[in-house]
Design a protein around this ligand. Sequence first.
Ligand SMILES: Cc1cc2nc3c(=O)[nH]c(=O)nc-3n(C[C@H](O)[C@H](O)[C@H](O)COP(=O)(O)OP(=O)(O)OC[C@H]3O[C@@H](n4cnc5c(N)ncnc54)[C@H](O)[C@@H]3O)c2cc1C
Length: 398
Amino acid sequence: MWWDDQMRNARPGRPARHPARNPARPRPRVVIAGMGDTGVLVATRLSRSCEVVAIATRPALVSGQELGHRLTDLDQWRRHYLVPFGRFRRLDRVRTIHGRITRADLDRRVVHVETVDGAQLAEPYDFLVVATGVANGFWRHDRVEDLETINAAMVEASQRIGAASTVALIGGGATGVSVADNLARRNTGTVHLFHDGTEPLPGYHPRVRAWASQVLRADGVVVHPNHRAVVPAGFNGDRLTSDPVQWSTGQPPFDADVVLWAVGGVRPHSSFLPDTVLDADGFVRVDEHLRVPGHDEVFAVGDVAASDPLRCSARNWGAQVVVANLRVAMGGRGRRLRRFRAPTYRWGSVLGLQSDGLVVVQPSGRRARIPRFIARPLLFGVFVTRYLYGGLRREGAR
Ligand SMILES: Cc1cc2nc3c(=O)[nH]c(=O)nc-3n(C[C@H](O)[C@H](O)[C@H](O)COP(=O)(O)OP(=O)(O)OC[C@H]3O[C@@H](n4cnc5c(N)ncnc54)[C@H](O)[C@@H]3O)c2cc1C
């Protein structure tokens, strides 16, 4: 096909005329597998120049961000992180199929989908973007759901945690730290955070890790370093529990009203892909341009992509890299494929927006605090709504 030639010749040479601006060319058909944080970004950026078909397990963006806020201030969280697709102006031209990909035939360039109604569809593509994320705890999964089910599960989890007088968080990654601190700041019972190192937040700069320990303690979290929990056999952390937690590091069992397991152990949503494109842990292999080796028309991005040791392409503009490279492949803007560059350390907002503002930690270990009165309009009004999504309709507008 015409854009296959473009893809092969992508690096050197002049770009050809973009198909969207050249009526003689058909619009390339891009299938986006998964409409979470990164899939939505790719879809909103391609919808005007390509025929985009998006396969989504839910009828809304259910962001993987800010679990702490989601559990402690669900109404506020929903406002920014649970966004029905009808609110995205730039998804108007996207055909969204509510269902799940069951198989991708990369040789024939077709994905097989089971829709929410049980119908079986075969969707051909010129380009495929895999953004199906990972399963993690009870809050990230690949079940096909409607909005009512999504809401009911969220309300149940936040009510259960809100009613507990002792909460145990197992795991000192960004999720465990964020939930522990948000709960403690809202004075919902006693909050215990258990982690198996000396400082929480592995993968972050040492200065950030030391800062997080201090903040947690100052906010009233009881921090228990050097505790490695025994994960019950057959359990993968996908529900809240209340049995005493046992430790392989020798401490006595710990009893809490509610235990939230945030022990990492993420499982990639990649079973619909052939093993040949997966690494030993099931993540999708990609090159520096986020293309799947051996399949120049297939890209992977977000938590499912084995882009770097931290698999951090979601928050490091991987979606934009994929969009730029698709445009090159289609003969549009830019001559060279863009490289994905991962920082050595994780960065971002760990605690989310608080009454004293938003702290963003940097890969260098520095921190920037944006005051709340600026952060709210800047982050949600300008950055998220306008820049990231290209415009959102008001809640309930559609
Ligand atoms: C702009 C931005 C800023 C961020 N900032 C932060 C931050 O400050 N702090 C932080 O901790 N993290 C941050 N993150 C990262 C975030 O926590 C996760 O990395 C991100 O949610 C992962 O996105 P994803 O698209 O890979 O997966 P998800 O958002 O989980 O989306 C995957 C979707 O694919 C669906 N799916 C799965 N299997 C199938 C299938 N077979 N067929 C169809 N659909 C399927 C899933 O159900 C899900 O809906 C940020 C991310 C972005 C994009």
